[in-house]
Write a protein that binds this ligand. Structure first.
Ligand code: SF4
Length: 726
């Protein structure tokens, strides 16, 4: 019974006139929920519902998925190509032929004048796997630039790097079903209920069947921390110290799985020497978690029959991101928790197809987890594509976070951005603005013409969105899901695959590479190139994927179903077949609060936002929950500064300033504030973005700011209102 009501109103579901339901997969996050889109009698998408027979979401969707059909008709969709000579001129509409010809000419001009690598490409984690593969073929096989990367460097690069260092290959070894087997769950820097609500719901379902300890490590009292059995409010940027100390206790107290270490790992002695230095007393002074809690967590984890760790950006977006991932892997290796039900290191991926780009885009190497540094891999792909292996560079080029600074130094003269928005997502926005202004040529390919980066472009290519096209996404648990085409592309926008293929035709004189016309044709190449490899797709087909609501790789030829876990046999991808235990000394290079800049600035995602709000900001029923830049601030700290709830405050860092609305809450400690990171001209005007040395991922979450009431509240309110335009 609801308060104040005598009778409960029956729930009525509005009749939207659905005449047919079409199967597809959600295009927002990496959970990989199966969706059906309802079409009315005119073929218009009018509703969305979860697919009950899909193992991932079992009929459920989060708020983004529930309103996803509205994406097709959302504001500011690009419907025709735009071109201009100079970026301060107005755009004029162009035919696809003109826009593509201009793009190809500019690429050739820049490469002719400054070398092939002077033209860079940065893509995304949000197009289909077949499109990633085709873009990689174009970039590596025809355009021939080595400065080609994805925006996954801003979110998952540390996980990739950490997996490669520990296990010899990328690829999350676990799955959601591990929740049903684990006896202890440790979560680092992951606010699962907001960032991945359906994965969280899977965890809740498992907890309803069987209790096991849930331990959340996070500087902020997140939603996840509130439901956990233990919350460890760690000092920002010190996860590595805590992880080393947990390993210290486990080794000291004889709780390690000696048989597993002996049989399946290398490097134990150097690792043990290093963690010997991280006793809980010393560690507690750095990471802020008391020594008893460290010992307690170490014992709980090591004594559990199966224990697992999940993590998201709290680990990855740090100067120690890659080390943090390796430290999680170390913890699981010394306790024998890899490759068994309930025992795993599971990075929770961000974008819908961040995994697809890691597997097939060639951004960090060659398709199918192949390396440019490996001669055999270069020869195999060159032979398959029909080109000279000498056309490939012998090692990977710049990461996204190095490409943008290389524009400042004149190494990069032209840039192609595909479904990514660095004007909002990169740290230190003022610097990025100046960087983009220096480009001789910028082409932006995106579903939305008002994406902020488009302000700096010379050519805009309107792309189809989500289920206006067909292809696969790989989710967090290596499940290949099928996005079926539901409605035709908006206006004269085109599927990214079509755009890549049209550009490829304009470079065929360099190498005669064949590009299949259809997504299913491209999928055939993935099956062939993956045969016998770790990420084997050869047993999959579109029909089987749809029927099974996704298939987890590896799925070799002749297999009916996929594989839920990797490394079940304890054989890893390093040449000796062993996983590496790697010693990880902690070097504190965070920007810390001081007298002048007294607050830690923390950032993250909220459930109703996604990827710089280019999509979610246009969906009224999603946008209404947090339409405007705000920050969480501790009421005691606010009282000291004379800042009231609902007023506007100005934050200043050594890079820039931002004005936000204040929300007072004890979720954040006295010396910290939190701002959702998808607002334009907001948190990234302040962030420092030091780079991780292994993954080149920026440290978005650790920097220092000072805070004061906004000097002119009326002006701040006007600015804030303007930010609500979408
Ligand atoms: S949890 Fe992720 S995949 Fe599932 S409906 Fe929400 S946004 Fe889509």
């Amino acid at each position: 019974m609801l308060f104040g009501r005598r009778r409960k109103n029956p729930i009525r579901i509005a009749d939207k006139g659905v005449k047919a339901w079409r199967y597809t997969t959600c295009g927002y996050c990496s959970t990989g929920c199966s969706i059906e889109v309802g079409l009315d009698q005119d073929g218009k998408a009018v509703a969305t519902r979860g697919v009950g027979s899909a193992d991932v979401n079992r009929g459920k969707l989060c708020i983004k998925g529930i309103f996803e059909h509205e994406l097709f008709y959302s504001a500011q969709r690009g419907n025709t190509p735009l071109v201009r000579e100079k970026r301060h001129e107005a755009f004029r509409e162009a035919s696809w032929d003109d826009a593509l010809e201009r793009t190809a000419q500019e690429i050739r001009r820049i490469q002719g004048a400054h070398g092939r690598d002077a033209f860079a490409i940065v893509s995304t984690g949000q197009i289909m796997t077949e499109e990633f593969y085709t873009l990689g073929k174009l970039a590596r096989g025809l355009v021939g630039t080595n400065n080609y990367d994805g925006n996954t460097t801003l979110c998952m690069a540390s996980a990739v790097s950490g997996y490669k260092r520990s296990f010899g290959s990328d690829g999350p070894p676990g799955c959601y079903a591990d929740f049903e087997h684990t006896e202890c769950l440790l979560a680092f820097g992951s606010n699962l209920p907001e960032q991945h609500p359906i994965i969280f719901w899977r965890l809740r379902q498992a907890l309803e069947q069987r209790r096991f300890p849930v331990i959340v490590v996070d500087p902020r009292v997140t939603m996840f921390a509130q439901m956990a059995d233990m919350h460890l409010p760690i000092t920002p940027g010190t996860d590595l110290v805590l992880l080393n100390s947990l390993a210290h206790v486990i080794l000291k107290e004889g709780l390690a799985d000696r048989a597993y270490i002996e049989a399946h790992t290398a490097g134990y002695d150097a690792f043990a020497d290093l963690v010997e230095q991280y006793d809980p007393v010393s560690a507690s002074r750095i990471c802020g978690i008391d020594e008893d809690t460290i010992r307690n967590v170490a014992r709980l984890y090591a004594k559990a029959g199966a224990a697992m760790t999940i993590w998201t950006m709290g680990i990855n977006q740090s100067t120690h991101g890659s080390d943090g991932v390796v430290a999680i892997n170390n913890l699981n290796l010394i306790t024998g928790n890899i490759g068994k039900p309930g025992g795993t290191s599971l990075s929770i991926t961000g974008q819908s197809n961040a995994m697809g780009t890691r597997e097939w885009s060639s951004a960090s190497g060659l398709p199918g987890y192949r390396y440019l540094e490996n001669e055999q891999d270069r020869q195999d792909i060159a032979a398959y594509w029909g080109i000279d292996p000498a056309f490939f560079p012998k090692k990977r080029g710049m990461f996204m976070t190095d490409i943008l600074p290389a524009i400042e130094t004149g190494q990069i003269k032209g840039l192609w951005l595909v479904a990514t928005n660095p004007m909002t997502s990169m740290p230190n926005t003022p610097r990025i603005r100046k960087t983009l202004e220096r480009l001789e040529f910028l082409v932006v390919q995106d579903a939305y013409a008002d994406v902020e980066t488009n302000e700096y472009s010379h050519v805009y290519l309107p792309a189809a969105v989500w289920a206006e096209k067909e292809g696969c996404f790989t989710n967090t648990e290596r499940r290949v899901n099928l996005v079926r085409n539901v409605v035709p592309p908006y206006g004269d926008s085109k599927p990214d695959l079509w755009i890549f293929n049209q550009l490829a035709k304009r470079f065929q004189n360099r190498n005669g590479v064949v590009f299949p016309e259809t997504a299913e044709g491209v999928f055939g190449e993935l099956r062939e190139l993956s045969k016998g490899r770790m990420l084997d797709y050869s047993g999959m087909s579109y029909e089987k994927i749809e029927k099974q609501r996704g298939i987890q790789w590896p799925c070799p030829e002749g297999h009916e179903t996929g594989s839920p876990r990797l490394y079940t046999d304890g054989v890893f991808q390093h040449a000796d077949g062993k996983a590496k235990l790697i010693p990880l000394p902690f070097v504190d290079n965070n920007e810390r609060p001081d007298e002048e800049y007294a607050f830690w600035l923390n950032s993250g995602r909220v459930v109703e936002h996604f990827h710089t709000r280019t999509r979610t900001g246009k969906i009224g029923n999603v946008n209404k929950f947090s339409p405007t830049p705000y920050m969480e601030m501790n009421p005691d700290a606010a009282a000291e500064l004379g800042i009231a709830h609902g007023s506007y405050a100005r934050l200043t860092s050594r890079r820039g300033d931002a004005v936000v609305m204040v929300q007072l809450t004890h979720r954040v400690p006295r010396d910290m504030v939190f701002i959702p990171f998808h607002y334009h001209e907001c948190v990234n005007r302040l962030t420092l973005g030091l780079l991780d040395p292994h993954s080149r991922q920026p440290a978005f979450k650790q920097c220092a700011v000072k805070i004061e009431p906004a000097p002119d509240q009326k002006a701040a309110a006007v600015t804030n209102l303007a930010a609500r335009s979408y």
